[in-house]
Design a protein around this ligand. Structure first.
Ligand SMILES: Cc1cc2nc3c(=O)[nH]c(=O)nc-3n(C[C@H](O)[C@H](O)[C@H](O)COP(=O)(O)OP(=O)(O)OC[C@H]3O[C@@H](n4cnc5c(N)ncnc54)[C@H](O)[C@@H]3O)c2cc1C
Ligand code: SF4
Length: 584
């Protein structure tokens, strides 16, 4: 029998960027907050001395243990899904700060077109441009409405950037100047300019200089140490929740953080139609607790947000046969049809690739969103073309060898030494669409260590995914040629989704919108069905935009925080249901 605890105003499930932002905003507003995080307690100092490529890049030490909880995957509805058990194939953060601690820091806003993709595609190209099996939806919010929330998140995070010449003009400049321009970035920028494109420095969650954010948290200048993606930053130079929103929340006595607290259910009262709290296990003792609250916030990353609603029987499960139900619908993400491009080897140029930072890079957005004419193209939307200088450690740099090199022996050693710092990669971060046949539900066979069903993903590509990948690879090839690479190796266009959920870019399942028939949450991420339940994070994306997701998750979290405060003052639904049914 679970022990019932004192009621809180707000209970928050999962503390990464999303849960950390809600934590800080609710704590500042004086609410009695309990935040529950399944992982261990972490502070910035815990990441001192983590420059260990084997532990973090190869063995994914700070990612979820997939033997106790994972998800299953299949392409088609009539297949048996199998569990993903290697962290090479699925990377989900755990421990305080979640995946938001090991993210790289690449920062892009989504484009105005992407928030209204269905309406704007029909307006410019007609309804037939949208394939029949694609479930394209507007977000129920516009870029103009999102601007102030993006601005707020970028200031909290201290993003270092410069104006992208093609992007909508920003109301405020980036909080910090861009990172350094290295020789590889300069080569990319010169080549893209020669081709008539519009390069800029990727905006980065790696600080170009020391910075104090509006909450008074200090971030240090980046050392370009190159142990960044998949690592925590031991210089406190990466914008992450441990350096920003979590310490802000912890300064308030009305905020209580409990770690090793694994939430298993949202408690729901059918009579009142309200969430009443959550049930969690203290993983240190195995004891179960009920944490009652006036408002429940799910911010446990897209996968947990979906699974907890399904396990708790809240909302109607999506069924691809009838196309009814909303929970689990529009599951999507940037998998192996994104991040395709080319690898170039340079015989007479050596770059300083022993240094780098997660988001140190240059990009062009000429092939993003609807910035180019799609009339004669066999896909919708686009993405950025990026060159990133992550920096190579000893292990990863040894893999920089042209195709045909033996994987061992004298020739391998020669090539791995010769090409270690002579290989550059360019990729296309293509948009990922939602389809009627792609969704999440509970697996009928596989269970976690508590005996609860795992989440099951059913996901296959449409022609769009293969076509956009081909387009992106060709554009990357042109740029690499202009950069003067001696050997150019193009990625192969993926035939089908390969069950590799790499990179942590998972979204959908509890999508936002202005119509309760096609969205589970409104544009404050408040559930239409249960008005004191807010589901915050990438789970709200109806489609994945053509860029990395975290700034949009951060911005939406600030919007949700504003909504929660408003709800606590006024109650009721915060957004008007417009019933602009967007069914294809
Ligand atoms: C290698 C890598 C690089 C990335 N780089 C970029 C990038 O450059 N740019 C970009 O935009 N995005 C990037 N991302 C994506 C980014 O990490 C995520 O978008 C972001 O961290 C999501 O934030 P979140 O708060 O929703 O989830 P998280 O930060 O993962 O937080 C969720 C928290 O919930 C906790 N939790 C989950 N389930 C439960 C439960 N049942 N009970 C209690 N707690 C629970 C988790 O332990 C975790 O701490 C990257 C991801 C990876 C894997
Ligand atoms: S590259 Fe910069 S931000 Fe990344 S871990 Fe090193 S110092 Fe920190």
């Amino acid at each position: 029998m679970a022990k019932k605890l004192d009621k809180a105003d707000v209970v928050i499930v999962g503390v990464g960027w999303a849960g950390g932002i809600i934590s800080a905003e609710m704590a500042k507003a004086g609410k009695k907050v309990v935040a529950l995080e399944r992982g261990r307690h972490k502070e910035r100092s815990d990441y001192i001395g983590v420059k260990d490529e084997l532990r973090f890049d190869n063995r994914y030490q700070i990612m979820q243990n997939l033997s106790s909880e994972t998800m299953t995957s299949r392409n088609n509805i009539d297949e048996t899904a199998l569990p993903i058990r290697t962290r090479n194939d699925m990377q989900v953060g755990t421990d305080l700060g979640g995946g938001s601690v090991h993210w790289a820091g690449a920062t892009y806003r989504y484009w105005p077109y992407e928030f209204e993709i269905r309406s704007k595609t029909i307006e410019r190209y007609g309804k037939d441009k949208i394939p029949k099996d694609m479930n394209l939806q507007d977000w129920g919010i516009t870029y103009e409405e999102m601007e102030k929330y993006y601005d707020k998140w970028e200031k909290t995070a201290g993003i270092s950037g410069e104006q992208d010449p093609l992007a909508p003009k920003r109301k405020n400049p980036w909080p910090n100047p861009p990172l350094k321009e290295t020789p590889s970035l300069k080569l990319f920028k010169d080549a893209t300019k020669n081709l008539g494109l519009h390069p800029f420095q990727v905006a980065a969650g790696n600080m170009s200089e020391q910075y104090e954010n509006p909450d008074g948290e200090t971030l240090n200048a980046c050392m370009y140490c190159s142990f960044c993606t998949r690592h925590g930053c031991d210089f406190s130079a990466k914008a992450d929740p441990l350096a920003t929103v979590i310490p802000t929340a912890l300064k308030h006595d009305n905020y209580e953080l409990r770690t090793r607290a694994y939430v298993r259910r949202v408690l729901y009262d059918k009579n009142s139609g309200k969430a009443t709290g959550v049930l969690y296990v203290d993983e240190r003792t195995g004891e179960e607790f009920e944490q009652p609250a006036d408002v429940v916030v799910l911010s446990g990353f897209a996968l947990t947000n979906n699974r907890l609603l399904m396990l708790s029987n809240i909302g109607e499960q999506y069924d691809p046969k009838t196309r009814k139900g909303l929970i689990g619908r529009n599951f999507n993400g940037q998998y192996n049809s994104s991040f395709n491009g080319t690898l170039g080897f340079f015989e007479d140029k050596k770059f300083n690739l022993y240094m780098g930072a997660g988001a140190l890079g240059a990009a062009v957005n000429d092939y993003a969103a609807d910035n180019f004419d799609h009339t004669d193209l066999d896909f919708i939307g686009g993405g950025a073309i990026e060159l990133r200088q992550y920096g190579f450690g000893a292990i990863s740099s040894s893999g920089n060898v042209p195709k045909g090199t033996p994987s061992w022996g004298k020739k391998y050693k020669e090539n791995s030494l010769h090409y270690a710092y002579r290989a550059l990669r360019i990729w296309y971060t293509a948009i990922a669409m939602s389809y009627w046949h792609n969704y999440l539900d509970l697996d009928p066979t596989y269970k976690d260590e508590y005996g609860d069903p795992l989440l099951r993903a059913t996901y296959k590509f449409g022609d769009q995914e293969r076509n956009i990948a081909k387009f992106g690879i060709d554009r990357c090839h042109e740029i690499m040629e202009e950069m003067g690479a001696d050997i150019i190796e193009d990625d192969e266009v993926p035939e089908e989704f390969n069950h590799s959920f790499t990179g942590g870019h998972y979204t959908g399942g509890v999508v936002m919108g202005d119509d309760p028939e096609t969205s589970a949450v409104n544009n404050y991420l408040q559930m239409w069905d249960v008005d004191n339940l807010f589901v915050v994070g990438g789970s709200a994306f109806p489609q994945f935009g053509g860029h990395h997701p975290t700034p949009t998750i951060g911005a939406l979290s600030y919007r949700a925080a504003e909504g929660i405060e408003k709800y606590m003052d006024e109650g009721g639904q915060l957004a008007e249901a417009k019933r602009t049914t967007q069914k294809a």
